[in-house]
Design a protein around this ligand. Structure first.
Ligand code: ATP
Length: 239
């Protein structure tokens, strides 16, 4: 579904990604973990076109998308829910979600039933349902983060990139975000997840990649990474 080969990226003269290769098969949840500054967010940005990769291949459903503009990549079926809270503050929750669906009209795929998908998104995120008419800018930080996730899902994409959906959330909301991710997975949504909470990410994922200084250090089935002594010592707070 999503396949990345030998991806290099830089900010100015500073190389950050030194040849990343990873695969996100259809219907699978793959997680990318690693310490602060390892290059996780940069990998997501390079995939979704927010920055141009220096070299390497990014394929979505067999189609080369590396170097395309981000709106064209979104049209090709890749939704990126970026780190932080990117919502349209002066629009209601419902209108933010409908805007997520808007991009479908520029795609050659079946449009589906937007009203039904809006209901589904609101069922998935009950906190948003209660606040569907509220202006997005007046939501709490955690609620805005959920709205950004819900909007990515409304695109009905082939693949969703989730960059730290739990960032800055109270523990109870972190649990809710992971429950939602598990539900999306059960519905067959293909996802690449970047998370600080490596343990929680590996609990819900099928497969994991560990990024160190812009390179993939280890990868494997999520269960084998959870039991890998080096991964446990470095990322899962064990010894
Ligand atoms: P974190 O877990 O802290 O979010 P990360 O693994 O997502 O970290 P990145 O945000 O991808 O890491 O950053 C990788 C490196 O690139 C860091 O050294 C960072 O300082 C640098 N970097 C990130 N964004 C920029 C930018 N816009 N300009 C210059 N350097 C940047």
């Amino acid at each position: 579904m999503l396949s990345i080969q030998n991806l290099h990226a830089a900010y100015g003269k500073v190389d950050v990604l030194h040849g990343i290769s990873l695969d996100v098969p259809k219907g699978k949840l793959v997680t990318l973990i690693g310490s602060n500054g390892a290059g996780k967010t940069t990998t997501m940005r390079a995939i979704s076109g927010m920055i141009k990769p220096r070299s390497g291949r990014v394929q979505l459903d067999g189609r080369d998308i590396a170097g395309l503009d981000s709106h064209r990549i979104a049209r090709a079926g890749l939704a990126h829910s970026p780190e932080g809270r990117r919502v349209f503050a002066t629009m209601s929750v419902t209108d933010n979600l409908l805007l997520g669906a808007f991009a479908r009209f520029t795609r050659a795929r079946p449009k589906g039933d937007i009203a039904r998908d809006l209901e589904r998104a609101l069922e998935l995120f009950p906190r948003l349902k209660e606040r569907r008419t509220q202006l997005a800018g007046t939501l709490s930080g955690g609620e805005q983060q959920m709205l950004a996730m819900a909007r990515a899902v409304m695109l009905n994409p082939e693949v969703v990139l989730l960059d730290e959906p739990s960032m800055g959330l109270a523990p109870i909301l972190v649990d809710e975000v992971f429950r939602i991710i598990a539900r999306l997975k059960a519905e067959g949504v293909t996802m690449l997840l970047v998370e600080q909470f490596a343990q929680a990410a590996l609990n819900v994922a099928d497969y994991g990649y560990v990024l160190e200084n812009g390179r993939i250090a280890v990868h494997g089935a999520a269960e084998s990474l959870r039991n890998d002594p080096k991964v446990v010592a470095a990322y899962l707070g064990g010894g």
